[in-house]
Design a protein around this ligand. Sequence first.
Ligand SMILES: Cc1ncc(COP(=O)(O)O)c(C=O)c1O
Length: 383
Amino acid sequence: MIPVMKPWFGTEEAEAAAKAVASGWVAQGPRVREFEDAFAAAIGARHAVAVSSCTTALHLALIVAGIGPGDEVIVPSLSFIATANAVRYVGARPVFADVDLATQNLVPATVQPHLTGRTRAVILVDQAGVPADLDALRDLCDPLQIAVIEDAACAAGSTYRARPAGAGATLATFSFHPRKLLTTGEGGMITTGDGAIAARLRRLREHGMDVSAADRHRSQQPVIERYTEIGFNYRMTDIQAAIGLVQLGKLPAMVTRRRELARRYQEQLSSIPGLLTAGDPGYGETNYQSFWVLLPEESVVGRDELMRLLAEDGISARRGIMAAHLEPAYAEATSLPVTERLTTRSLILPLFHDMTPAQQEHVVSALTSALTKSKSEISAPAR
Ligand SMILES: Cc1ncc(COP(=O)(O)O)c(C=O)c1O
């Protein structure tokens, strides 16, 4: 089966993890600090705070942005459900807005209709790695003192206006789940330019303690820690950070490779009339965390049927990005036409670092032949 995504690991990651274990320090410690510094430098942010996932990163970002009960936070419904869930964690209400078709991201025109006196923040997602237009959204939100948090879960390695995605945000959150380019198994990061916010994030991820366990351990004198506010255990381990440091060094090569593969998909799929594919927005470059295609309006093959046909051909595809407002956990009567079209008619094709030309050609030919099937061929029972 051709997988939809596969992490790009070598022996270096295994060796780095083994060294962390051999050092005897496996919880959050010096390697986490080193990973944070290297990540901040790579992203071009002043501070980076490592956490256990992007979900926990979003939770903490909302807390430090001062969001709480009674507040409304505008989010795209078209996102992994964690984006909306984090808003619920702080007792606020997620308000679902529609997205732009080409980028799958929020834009001022889709956010504006949802602004109310209770809107306190917008979570701007760089969907599937495609950078969202942060400056345009801040032009709308900054004068209204509405915080913009960038959910860059998928976007490490993407660029926005010639800078790394996330660099320009007051708060940006990243994921290191294996569906992303850079992976630590599970893991996340928050970047910010504000030192006081970074210090509070470091306390919040570690039970609200004013001295980290690692600093206490290093001290020659007994240190009595204080718990300044209610915090969480959202720490990353040093084993994960050791892997993350190796993966971060490989990130530029991963992006280059994915962009080559994506270009080949775009060329080879251009012969299918009406098929829309993932691509760069005018103002930046995607890392192609996911290569999605939107089925032509006139296609007689439905998306789920197409996935079934691909699976029969040994190809593992995934449905496109989910829409939270259609899930039982939210089930809202809101109408979001672009979101609904994208979530029901798009799918994600296999794309991974060591994908071979033969594998890619197999995907293209299976997709092309499935999309050119007539209705009778599809509904005919298999013999
Ligand atoms: C846009 C977005 N936000 C948040 C998350 C949650 O990330 P994690 O799995 O690291 O908690 C994901 C994961 O896929 C995501 O795509």
